[in-house]
Design a protein around this ligand. Sequence first.
Ligand SMILES: N[C@@H](CCC(=O)N[C@@H](CS)C(=O)NCC(=O)O)C(=O)O
Length: 300
Amino acid sequence: MARMIEGQWEGDWRPTDGDGDGAFLRKPSAFRDRIPLERPRAGRYHLIVAWTCPWAHRTLLARALKGLSDLVPVHFANALTDRSWRFEDRAMAPHGEQHLYELYLRADPDYTGRVTVPVLWDEQEQRIVNNESSEILAMLDALPSDAPSLRPADLVEEIDAWSERLYGPLNNGVYRAGFATTQAAYDEAVVGVFATLDRVEAHLEGRRWLVGDQLTEADIRLFVTTFRFDAAYVPLFRCNLRRVADYPNIQAHLERMYAVPGVAETCDLDAMRRGYASIRAINPTGIVPIGPRPLVGAAR
Ligand SMILES: N[C@@H](CCC(=O)N[C@@H](CS)C(=O)NCC(=O)O)C(=O)O
């Protein structure tokens, strides 16, 4: 539960709406509009994200790598509560909101669905343009910028093929393992997680990037999961057959990504670790595990 039905809250926060038979089902995002391709006025579009969230991290990385930080202000929500993401510091919210749902209601007073990050907010029209990270990433990438494209035309097909390979079993697979409420659902998910990591490890042999010889959206999609893996998914989502640190090529890719200018600023390892540990459905005491210590971002 914990979704809005026609603008009203229903239930307390749980990972799913209870219709997955022990398996975690991710719902389609609700707002799916586009922005024009020309350069917008600075401050027209805002991003709302959370350090914990890998889907939000995709959009934060696109904003950083495309040099859009001055154009697109960002707001960080801190904690996931029974009433959606909370802004610890109201000044951080677009209009001093305490919770993200208030922004959803400003966009649609009858909103029905889950209240998620990331959000691309249009300050001029006071509306949510889009809350689907893959579409926000592609929109930010398409804006005029001196930085190289994250989806170069000649690589798009291969990028999309890797996105597909990574999404179900790995990016979302860790959630299906972590939020499973039956052994069978967990077993199925966790096998897919490690089969995919094995496949990526083999593919990265002798390569710097997943597709072609440049950083693309495919690397972003891999990184947002590998960055969280050892610190959060191993201890809290029980994805503990191996660590990313046990995969030399994936670990090298993780470090290569982290060293790209602008990337480290999109990562707050401790905030992320605390965020996952605060999910009571998987960690009732809220205790933050000490390890494993990942090899990047540990100082942040
Ligand atoms: N399809 C969405 C998924 C976003 C999503 O599930 N975000 C999570 C945080 S990692 C969230 O806000 N969950 C709150 C909830 O489900 O109530 C996307 O990729 O943008």
